[in-house]
Design a protein around this ligand. Sequence first.
Ligand SMILES: O=P(O)(O)OC[C@H]1O[C@](O)(CO)[C@@H](O)[C@@H]1O
Length: 439
Amino acid sequence: MSLAHDDADFDAKNGIIDSETPTHTQLAALYKQSFAYYTFRIRLPSTLETIANSLAKDKDVLLAVYGADVASDIEQTANHIRELRSNILHNGNLLPFADNGSDAAVWNTFLEHLPQEKRSYFRACWLYAECYMYRKVNSIFLTSRHLASYDYFSKQKQTAAELSLDAMLAVARGTRSNEKNAATFQQLLKLNLWGNRCDLSITSGKQIKPTGDAFDLIKELDENLLVDDTSAIWQSLHTANGEGIVELICDNAGYELYTDLILAEYIIDKGLARKVRFNVKAIPWFISDVMTHDYHWTLQFLSDQADPVLSELGKKLKRLTEEGKFELAPLEHFWTSPYEFYRMVEVNPSLYERLSQAQLVIFKGDLNYRKLLGDYSWRDTESFDTCLRGFKPSNLCTLRTIKADLACGLPQGLSQQLFAKNKEWMLTGEYGLIQFASK
Ligand SMILES: O=P(O)(O)OC[C@H]1O[C@](O)(CO)[C@@H](O)[C@@H]1O
């Protein structure tokens, strides 16, 4: 992807600084050579165009589900999405939400505390502005007459799962007789990590089909795993009494959720914990993120497969859920708020307290990583512990393929080598991090 897209007038009018993000600064589209700038100039407008177009494409389905009156809604909603797109391209302001979303007050309090000069897409911290955009899309649907409960990413999430059926089958076949040992667990963590590459927000919705045998892929990708704390993660569970809870902070549906389920199955089957709690999103989020209905759809999708290995697995996962060994956590709007995780203890102490009861908290994916680090341009050699800024409810780890220009805990000189090979190495998901911080 070329980051060069000159619009001198826009840059001059909005005070864009033609530099990289300075060290120890919030990431923001203010800096032209940042991924944030490219995200707001190119990627998010493309994502919004796709959402608006999909409404027209899915009109027949919507009419069938919501009735004839929805026709006017479809057009109006698509127009509002296109207005939002235009608003971003003109560096519009992050205005308070006037919808009935249960998190609107939390969002508006957050916005009120932003300095006035930082309340626009290109001036706000990238994290705040990108989360705002996805919440603004939800607000447009919430304020429509018939589409308030419509998951406008559902079809893409289901298609992504259907496209990965071969990979799911290969993984199921390869994991039915796993031993309880560090090597196997570490392999499943790596399988889970690389499942994060299949994420539609990085491709602005373009579907990608995971190919090849997942276990061969793990070996091939080992050189792209830049930090590997899988051994410490195993120790955090293996040395415990197996009566603990693992909190899994989910990311994407589809193949990534499938690898989460496979990892959770192993954790329960081998007595490494008594429960795995899945923390999903309360609203449609970053295109691919898991919501409650995606979890249940995935278990049914597996159960319905002709291949007995998959259908038996699907039924087993349903059983684990019915027995409470797998649990869907109470919906928390914190996960779709703009807050960095170090502020959780202040903003949502009850959630912090719940995570503090866990034996291990697993954070999945790039957006969660950005929230762990606070969308801040740390030196990439600074320690994970430093960058957490005190966020330590329990033992925690992150499984993240790198899709944004921030990282930490890297060996001295590594990022320079990688930039020399490809200046966009941080943007493609081809490198990964598995980092652990003990409580
Ligand atoms: O699904 P993941 O791994 O959280 O990726 C989402 C990330 O992808 C991007 O859309 C691409 O950088 C980011 O804006 C966001 O952090």
